[in-house]
Design a protein around this ligand. Structure first.
Ligand code: PLP
Length: 406
């Protein structure tokens, strides 16, 4: 059954406002999604009634907060079908999750001359941590190429893999192009060569049902705020066997078993990787977000978004001098485009005046823009609460932009 978008939108307070005296149309969901009341109220409740530091206190509030935090870990485990609860590490987000793995994995496994493979469509978060580590250890960063549609070249990938490859780090879904990558196949091929695999799931979680055991990857990363949850919280999933071998990323409270000035022993998983007081309130907000999308059902969300994507694409195609970026057969609800005769910032600014929020620029994926020889695109990224009538408004607004500039 199609969503009752009108009813669903009432759950999102931020969508009820006007921007520049126009009802807000929010199409910047790949940057961050708006938050449902269930998430906002969960955080409010935590700070109003449950706030306490966890894992250390014998008192009621501390015990209650500890239980809630550990229950949230289990909710994440079930959501992505991890084998064990202790394979779920809470972090600040995808960026921190990738940095954690790059740091700890290199320290344990990588030496001079080893190779790391990433793809041509990575977000800066899945480029720079590997660059930094490669520089420190004398390792080599290699790039899996893509074609003009934004589809990875798997034959080239196979030829890049060798016994020197220690890690393959690839995005599940491209934030700039929407491409869904064949991460299961990519993982299998890497494992045949003995390389570990990290999947950047930042753009996948709100659109696809993710099953980390089915994918078979060693690490999977995502952020709460792109999944209708709060900012400042995210997840690193890691396979137990590998996580146990990795050294800690940060030192401090929580991650230790015993400390003397001579020697410290580390805590077991997952605490070894969660130094310091965790972000309990936002972890509980993330749990509420997972419950929210689970209630709506990810397959239903995906269906709604695919219909919107098809509609938006067909409507945009009727406009003159429009060029699309990211036309892979398998993609999520992201449309990146440019008018060849109007600067993207001009388009974005005029749309904003009409209450329509889109993103213009390189979307933290400058190598993709270099590949296409452009400074940036206009990105419309759709979420569960968007509607066909909002797309109609966008088309009317874009026609006005064309009238003004051409
Ligand atoms: C594909 C991808 N990876 C990583 C990130 C970084 O996520 P965060 O800033 O939440 O750490 C983003 C954010 O836009 C993204 O789209």
């Amino acid at each position: 059954m199609p969503f009752n978008t009108e009813q669903l939108r009432r759950e999102f307070p931020a969508l009820q406002q006007e921007v520049n005296n126009k009802p807000l149309i929010y199409f910047d969901n790949a940057a961050t999604t708006q938050k449902p009341k269930a998430v906002i109220e969960r955080i409010l409740q935590y700070y109003s009634r449950e706030n306490s530091n966890i894992h250390r206190g014998a008192h009621f509030l501390s015990q209650q907060a500890t239980d809630a935090y550990e229950d949230a870990r289990q909710t994440v485990q079930l959501f992505i079908n991890a084998a064990f609860t202790h394979e779920i590490i809470f972090t600040r987000g995808t960026t921190e999750s990738i940095n954690l793995v790059a740091y700890s994995f290199f320290k344990k496994f990588v030496k001079k001359g080893d190779e790391i493979l990433i793809s041509a469509m990575e977000h800066h978060s899945n480029i720079v941590p590997w660059q930094i580590a490669c520089e420190d250890y004398g390792a080599i960063l290699k790039i899996i190429p893509m074609d003009e549609r934004g589809v990875l070249d798997l034959e080239a990938y196979k030829s890049l893999l060798s016994d020197k490859t220690k890690m393959v780090a690839v995005t599940h879904v491209s934030n700039a192009l929407g491409t869904i990558n064949p991460v299961k196949e990519i993982t299998q091929l890497a494992h045949e060569m003995g390389a570990a695999v990290l999947i950047d799931g930042a753009q996948a979680m709100s659109h696809l049902k993710v099953n980390v055991q089915d994918i078979g990857c060693d690490f999977y990363c995502f952020s709460g705020h792109k999944l209708y949850g709060p900012m400042g919280v995210g997840v690193l999933y890691g396979r137990e066997e590998l996580l146990n071998q990795l050294p800690p990323y940060q030192g401090g409270g929580e991650m230790i078993k015993e400390v003397t000035f001579e020697k410290t022993t580390y805590n077991e998983l997952p605490f070894k990787f969660e130094a310091g007081t965790p972000n309990v309130g936002d972890v509980l907000g993330l749990e509420a977000a997972i419950r929210f999308v689970s209630y709506l059902r990810l397959d239903e969300i995906a269906l709604h978004e695919q219909r919107l994507l098809n509609y938006a694409t067909s409507q945009l195609q009727t406009l003159e001098n429009i060029r699309f970026f990211g036309t892979a057969p398998e993609k999520t609800s992201v449309v990146s485009f440019l008018f060849t005769d109007i600067h993207p910032y001009d388009t974005g600014t005029i749309l904003d005046k009409m209450g329509i929020a889109v993103r213009t620029g390189h979307h933290c994926a400058q190598p993709i823009m270099d590949f296409f020889g452009i400074p940036g695109t206009i990105r419309v990224s759709l979420a569960v609460y968007n509607s066909r009538s909002e797309i109609d408004q966008l088309i009317i607004a874009l026609k006005k932009v064309r009238e003004m500039f051409v």
